[in-house]
Design a protein around this ligand. Structure first.
Ligand SMILES: [Zn+2]
Length: 308
């Protein structure tokens, strides 16, 4: 055996081990519990942390029925998780920064290769002068004249047997139900994320509730009510303590995350959306949360499965 062929076979063994681990992770999330959360992307908008950008799957009775966010890299993770487009019922897009929405078109296009005909509900924020709302975002992608992917315009009108995207925009005000089906209710409320219209989602399946905080600065006390007594609360630890300026207007530092978790009192707090600046001194950042919240804390990693 030459050195080259030896290296190649060694590599294939490693790849085999890695693939097996990925498959086991997916199997355990789809099969072990009636309701489970799987992290597709635990990173942020910079490609320096080995993590996909934001994305989360909710498995219900072994099916990937809910997707929250579709940041860059979640297209790949969706497949690695063993999820199927045909099982999706609801997609929530928290806001239209790339790290939460850039892979959406790719995921939707994959639906052309399934036998699915039924529509797919999508919800997201309404827009303003600075940012598009959900309708504007979908039009910019799929409009038959002006869309970047005009060749996929049948997703907007359901022609050619394509599953139609039915849309629900979320404006300011009280929480609203954005999707409901057998054993599943999703509601949403706007959350403060600087000048960016953003939405938090609450997924209720059976007796489990999973709340996705989205990127937010934590300044609206109504959010803790929205997340009250959640089985799992997912919050984004983007910035360290003491940050100021634009970053603080966009994001909650660890002490604020801890305060919200203390008020909402979820069984499990999942911290996600890590970036170099929040991974730096991660122990100190988590300690600041722990000072205020004494429940179970999970630090997200891509493809991790979180059981209630
Ligand atoms: Zn983000």
């Amino acid at each position: 055996m030459t050195i080259r062929s030896f290296t190649k076979s060694l590599l294939s063994v490693f790849i085999g081990i890695f693939t097996l681990q990925a498959a086991q992770a997916a199997d355990s999330c789809s099969a072990e519990s009636e309701v489970a959360l799987q992290i597709l992307g635990s990173g942020g908008p910079i490609a320096d942390d080995g993590r996909a950008s934001s994305g989360f799957l909710v498995w219900i009775d072994g099916k990937s029925r809910v997707l929250i966010d579709a940041g860059g890299g979640t297209f790949l993770r969706f497949g690695e998780a063993g999820a199927h487009f045909i099982d999706l019922e609801f997609v929530g897009l928290s806001h239209f920064h790339t790290d939460h929405s850039a892979d959406f078109a790719a995921l939707i296009k994959s639906g052309n290769f399934s036998t699915r005909k039924r529509s797919l509900r999508v919800a997201g924020p309404d827009g303003d002068r600075m940012f598009p709302g959900l309708n504007g975002f979908l039009t910019s992608l799929f409009d038959s004249d002006a869309g970047a992917y005009a060749y996929l315009s049948s997703f907007l009108d359901g022609t050619s047997g394509t599953p139609m995207l039915t849309r629900r925009e979320v404006g300011r005000g009280d929480p609203v139900v954005v999707y409901q089906s057998e054993g599943l209710v999703v509601d949403a409320m706007r959350v403060p994320h600087g000048i960016v219209p953003a939405v938090a989602f609450r997924v209720r399946a059976g007796d489990k509730t999973i709340v996705f905080a989205s990127d937010q600065n934590g300044s609206d006390p109504a959010f803790a009510d929205f997340a009250a007594d959640a089985t799992i609360l997912v919050m984004h630890m983007v910035v360290p303590e003491g940050i100021e300026g634009v970053a603080r207007r966009l994001h909650a530092p660890p002490s604020v995350i801890g305060g919200i978790a203390a008020a909402a009192s979820p069984d499990t707090l999942v911290l996600s959306h890590f970036m170099a600046r929040s991974l730096h001194k991660i122990d100190r950042n988590v300690a600041l949360v722990r000072e205020r919240y004494d429940g179970r804390i999970v630090l997200a990693e891509d493809l991790m499965c979180v059981m209630p």
